[in-house]
Design a protein around this ligand. Structure first.
Ligand code: ZN
Length: 505
């Protein structure tokens, strides 16, 4: 089994914000989880360097665009590292091998008869890199997404015959109801297609920045036709001397925020059909995770920058909050208070204290020795494993972590119900105490393995605290997985208290 997951390539003409972190974290959780299933995985992220805004900003600052993007690329490469997101490749569209691939890709479309020349006239939003018709604009000619002025542009362009793919796309959507998730995004994409498709421009004239078309070097590939093929091109050169396309295409899951749904759910499959490639396995469109405490964000200024949050809490708590704050796929808002509350109440109290208590009781009542004991388990761990797999098969990263948290809460309840401190007072109840401690250890091994994709730093710490191997295979989510161990000491707090700097009024 193989699993390939992508984030969009992010525009370098902005700086990383929490939205980028959100998609990157989700992709990393999925990649790590599938690795735990023993699958061969590939996780791709990167940056789009050919946005026309890049050239414009570089010119404004009077620097070479290559130098400009090299400087900006540093912050973008840092983002996945700081989030502890382990991508297998970081693509940059200025890579020579990518540019070569794009030229081959558009040539295939051209050879297939799907490209023609025409004059393009329309309202262009530089930030969207997209044209709008008059009826799509907001009052005053503003871009419907950015609410900023658009420009009227008229030029000779090459067009892709998207209109010729309407029936094929509808057929695709009808045959594959899980091609786009969640369902309401599938419906949105399908009704856009059913409403009639207009051909779109695949080139820009008079732009020195981009990939020149092979049949007309005076034009460069329009940014989406340059960007979307990154999902394929990266596979051709990510591992030198090896073409990964036969391995990982088309078992790909594209993740993205809703603002680029149309490009991925409509343009991309049509371009792939024209170029003669198989279609992606799945496209997952998520909503926006918004931070709503404006008062705090004003006083801290850069609050949507995820790096200060990681500095305060560490990567694991931010990954956890992103997965849990809103249901993945839906729109929703959270707050900095919620980040802090989840850190203290859920990670600190629910999970951290459970690890501290369990290890402390083993140390105190059993001299650090964990033994096996037969008896009814504290929680149905087999059911947890099944639910985790089933939910993550649907890319429901929120539902999956919720299921783990129910077990965490169940284990805490089990401690209260069984009161091991009472059992420890009575030598006649030694076997009962051994069973409670073994059940708690099994539960924590299961929870650590199930959370490893979400909390990659914390999970091995939990296993080590219990004297267990750090193997993360999902088979360990079962009763009886905790091995006998010795020398267990009371664990240090996994999530120590953090004093927040008080926000200025
Ligand atoms: Zn726009």
């Amino acid at each position: 089994m193989r699993f390939y997951v992508t984030t969009p390539i992010y525009y370098v003409n902005s700086t990383p914000h929490i939205g980028h972190a959100y998609t990157t974290i989700a992709a990393d959780i999925l990649a790590r989880h599938h690795k735990q299933r023993g699958e061969e995985t590939f996780f791709l992220t990167g940056i789009d360097e050919h946005a026309s805004g890049v050239y414009r900003v570089a010119q404004e600052q009077g620097i070479d665009p290559h130098q400009y993007i090299d400087e900006i690329a540093v912050a973008w490469k840092e983002l996945p590292e700081r989030l502890n997101a382990r991508s297998d490749f970081f693509i940059r569209t200025s890579d020579e091998a990518h540019k070569r691939f794009v030229r081959e890709f558009v040539q295939r479309i051209y050879d297939n008869g799907d490209v023609y020349e025409d004059v393009y006239a329309g309202f262009y939003c530089v930030s969207c890199e997209a044209f709008y018709s008059e009826d799509e604009l907001l009052e005053g000619g503003l871009c419907p997404i950015h609410e900023r002025p658009t420009e009227w542009i008229e030029e000779k362009n090459y067009f892709f015959r998207l209109s010729a793919y309407q029936d094929k796309l509808l057929q695709l959507y009808d045959e594959r109801p899980d091609f786009v998730l969640p369902g309401f995004r599938y419906n949105e994409a399908r009704s856009f297609i059913a409403g009639g498709l207009r051909d779109f421009s695949i080139s820009r004239a008079g732009q020195p920045w981009g990939v020149p078309l092979p049949w007309d070097e005076s034009q460069v590939a329009y940014v989406w036709v340059d960007a979307l093929p990154n999902y394929l091109s990266a596979l051709t050169y990510a591992r030198p001397g090896e073409d990964l396309i036969p391995k990982f295409w088309p078992v790909v899951h594209h993740l993205m925020a809703k603002d680029i749904l149309r490009f991925h759910c409509v343009y991309w499959p049509a371009l792939l059909m024209s170029a003669g490639y198989d279609l992606p396995k799945q496209i997952f469109v998520h909503g926006y995770l918004l931070l709503e405490d404006k008062k705090i964000s004003k006083s801290r200024g850069n609050v949507v920058d995820p790096l200060p949050l990681i500095e305060t809490y560490g990567a694991d708590p931010i990954r956890f909050w992103c997965a849990r704050a809103i249901s993945f796929g839906q729109d929703g808002s959270s707050s900095l208070d919620a980040v802090h509350e989840r850190y203290e109440r859920e990670l600190g109290n629910d999970l951290g204290n459970l690890v501290s208590r369990t290890t402390a009781m083993i140390a105190r009542y059993r001299d650090g020795r964990l033994t096996r004991a037969e008896g009814p388990p504290a929680a149905d761990l087999g059911a947890l494993r099944a639910e985790l797999v089933e939910r993550l098969d649907r890319l429901d990263i929120t539902g999956a972590v919720d299921a783990v948290w129910q077990v965490v809460r169940r284990l805490n309840q089990y401690v209260e119900e069984t009161a091991p401190w009472q059992l420890a007072k009575d030598e006649a109840r030694a076997a009962e105490l051994d069973l409670v401690l073994a059940n708690l250890a099994d539960g924590l091994v299961a929870v650590a393995v199930a959370l490893a994709a979400y909390l990659p730093e914390t999970a091995p710490q939990i296993l080590e605290a219990l004297g267990q191997s750090t193997d993360l295979s999902l088979d360990r989510i079962r009763s009886g997985a905790a091995e006998p161990a010795e020398g267990i000491l009371p664990a240090e707090p996994l999530f120590p208290r953090i004093e927040l700097p008080t926000a200025a009024a």
